[in-house]
Design a protein around this ligand. Structure first.
Ligand code: SF4
Length: 327
């Protein structure tokens, strides 16, 4: 009896990853979709997408390694702060480390030749392979007919004739396949990765430039208005109730600021050191600027979570000065 080969499928939750899983499943392979979680790409949508095609997703957190890679990706960034080649390389490398545990024979991904400007050119797919250390074990079912043979093809675990030859930016063939395979709902390509978002990327770049790329500071990038006071200190102001709740939730040792007895937004200071009195006053005057109910001068209370026991009276900051600090 022919051996049933098992493969990991790098699974983002996008349509291409769903199609590559189903294509291999229908050819009789044992496919294990795996998702690599980072602070920039949550797993919720991928879990739903896997469910849509009848799979439970394996979720593997690569946050620490991803943050390290992000500071200096070998192949640089895409349009924004997305280091897609290094990111894919890291995912394959991590998958390789789990290979024995899950008894997989090879790896697949939904990459389509020429679909994305940065990560899916032929040379980029080669670079991903090189970074991964398992270049010769990767099969890309949607485009493999157009790519160099890898070990699973040479050894005839995978029949090249059964692989596809999709390339380019048109989504027509994928849409037809989705239809044929009965996939009813799916995400837009690359949807969900914050590293492809322009304003998030600006804030992230600022963190990297100021040597503040730490997990908690990254989480704060997802909410609020951001202002840099100096090289060491920034302040974030909530824009709506949900963001104020998130500030309370995320703050650990950070100082929280709030107007005294006047409803309004919360602010939080991000810094690796204790902020000075002057820096706290400046942050307070920024906070006050975003409180419509407050007079031009008011008291702001501050302290660590649940201990806003300190007080400072400040004027609202001048708009011109404020705009210079906006990230
Ligand atoms: S879009 Fe984001 S998650 Fe996807 S490869 Fe690029 S950086 Fe990684």
């Amino acid at each position: 009896m022919k051996k049933k080969y098992r493969c990991f499928a790098l699974f983002s939750g996008g349509l291409d990853s769903m199609l590559s899983v189903l294509h291999m499943k229908n050819l009789g392979y044992d496919v294990l979709p795996i998702f690599f979680k980072t602070p920039f790409f949550g797993s919720e949508n991928a879990i739903k997408a896997a469910e849509e095609i009848g799979y439970n997703l394996i979720i593997h957190d690569i946050t620490d390694k991803h943050i390290k890679m992000l500071q200096n990706p070998r192949y640089g960034y895409g349009k924004y702060m997305n280091p897609c080649i290094d990111c894919h390389g890291l995912m394959f490398r991590e998958a390789a480390e789990l290979m024995k545990e899950y008894k997989v024979d090879f790896f697949i991904s939904g990459e389509v030749l020429g679909q994305r400007p940065m990560s899916q050119r032929k040379d980029a797919l080669n670079s991903v392979g090189k970074l991964s250390n398992i270049k010769d074990l990767i099969v890309r079912p949607l485009s493999q007919k157009l790519l160099a043979d890898t070990l699973p093809i040479r050894e005839e675990w995978v029949d090249k004739e059964e692989m596809l030859d999709i390339q380019g930016r048109s989504r027509k063939r994928q849409m037809d396949m989705a239809n044929d395979l009965g996939i009813k709902s799916f995400q837009t390509p690359a949807g969900g990765c914050l590293l492809t978002d322009e304003s998030f990327s600006l804030r992230l770049k600022d963190l990297i430039e100021h040597n503040m790329l730490e997990l908690n500071f990254i989480e704060f990038l997802k909410i609020g208005r951001h202002f840099r006071l100096n090289d060491d200190v920034k302040v974030i102001i909530g824009r709506k109730d949900k963001e104020n709740e998130m500030i309370s939730h995320l703050a650990k040792n950070e100082l929280i600021l709030k107007t005294d007895n006047i409803p309004g937004p919360l602010g939080v200071i991000n810094s690796k050191r204790n902020p000075s009195k002057e820096e706290i006053s400046l942050a307070a005057s920024i906070l006050l600027r975003y409180n419509n109910k407050a007079q031009n001068r008011a008291e702001v209370i501050f302290g660590k979570k649940f201990q806003l026991t300190n007080k400072v009276e400040v004027p609202k900051i001048d708009t011109d000065i404020l705009m210079e600090m906006k990230i």
